[in-house]
Design a protein around this ligand. Structure first.
Ligand code: CA
Length: 224
């Protein structure tokens, strides 16, 4: 999952980035409203974390513009304590949730998981797929009760495909959402294939292509 954090308090922004990266999210940071808006409109993000008071255009105007341009990704607003009017304006402008500063990392992560689930119509932290049970809270995958040891990247690919169930996802899109765009895209798509191959061997050893399907020339697909 690829996230954008727009926050001008540099220390907080970098803390949030670190917290999210430890959970294998891919994170970009913008420190002012104008570059935040430019990034939000030019990349394909799964979620935005948006401060309200920013240098350049403020978070509310940024959000209004993003929504007007037709972007539907979930948006979590960061608000200062006691500024109830900010929360109201944020929600009215199209935010999906807000978090009051200061906040604890576990709460931030829980809100993000909740927003990503809502977007994908996954209703609980636990997803069942045939014999597999995926816990998006603990990031554990079990088959018939037995834990499958996935690497962080294998899990991230699996989760991204699950959250986009019934949609064909290109290798490029997987690379962007799991690794971000700091890589050589041509080399990366082969890298994605290697990780998918390993993922398949672990989650469906008897029939590797049965859960994560290949759509020839396009990408990968998990079908319900
Ligand atoms: Ca601020």
């Amino acid at each position: 999952m690829r996230l954008l954090v727009v926050e001008d308090e540099e220390q907080l922004a970098l803390q949030v980035k670190e917290t999210l990266e430890n959970e294998e999210y891919t994170v970009d940071v913008a420190f002012d409203g104008d570059s935040g808006l430019e990034q939000a409109l030019s990349e394909d993000y799964d979620l935005l974390i948006l401060d309200i008071l920013l240098p350049g255009i403020d978070g509310i105007s940024l959000l209004e513009t993003v929504r007007k341009e037709g972007y539907v990704m979930p948006v979590l607003m960061l608000t200062a304590q006691g500024r109830i009017e900010d929360k109201v304006r944020g929600l009215d402008a199209g935010a999906d949730d807000y978090l009051t500063k200061p906040f604890a990392p576990p709460e931030l992560l829980a809100r993000i998981r909740s927003l990503l689930r809502r977007r994908s119509e996954v209703k609980s932290t636990s997803i069942t797929l045939g014999e597999l049970e995926i816990d998006t809270g603990t990031r554990q995958v079990k088959r018939a009760g037995e834990l499958i040891a996935l690497t962080k990247k294998e899990y991230a690919i699996f989760e991204f495909l699950l959250y986009n169930k019934n949609r064909v996802i290109s290798r490029l899109s997987i690379a962007e959402h799991v690794w971000g765009d700091n890589f050589d895209l041509f080399r990366m798509t082969n890298f994605v294939d290697v990780h998918v191959k390993n993922l398949r061997k672990k989650i469906s050893p008897a029939n590797p292509g049965s859960i994560v399907k290949t759509v020839r020339g396009v990408g990968y697909l998990i079908e319900e």
